[in-house]
Design a protein around this ligand. Sequence first.
Ligand SMILES: [Zn+2]
Length: 155
Amino acid sequence: MKANEYTIDLLAPNVDGTEKVFHIDDTFFQKVDGLVQRGQVTTTLHIEGSTRSVFRFHFHSEGTVFAPCDRCLADVEVPIDTDDTLTVKLGAEYSDEGESVVIPESEGVIDVSQFIYELIALSLPMKVVHEDGQCDEAMMATLEQLTPVNKFDEE
Ligand SMILES: [Zn+2]
């Protein structure tokens, strides 16, 4: 794995107590193939690891992202404020069970960018919609034209 600002070397001597701040912007979101394509978020990562094989990664993300409105598909500004903990273990082979990840000891390096993205995406409300009257009317009109009219639904 190529080292970048999002990679953490778990085999380094001073992992315990590491604190990193990531300033996430549109470029970050565009690299990930997901719903959120734009945003400004500050993520603070604090790592605890009293043993050299199990680490607790605490993420705090705060900022704003833009996600498509369920009604008109235009972007809606959504505030982000989320705290999450990920357990990272060194082990024989890679596995990802949501809240716990195993990194092969032979590599010893984790890239946290995908996790940061997922934690932000998971913190979004189930339904993202504009406030009433704020939807993009031109977009709604286009969508209506594209939706086939079902005669049975009209009664
Ligand atoms: Zn809308």
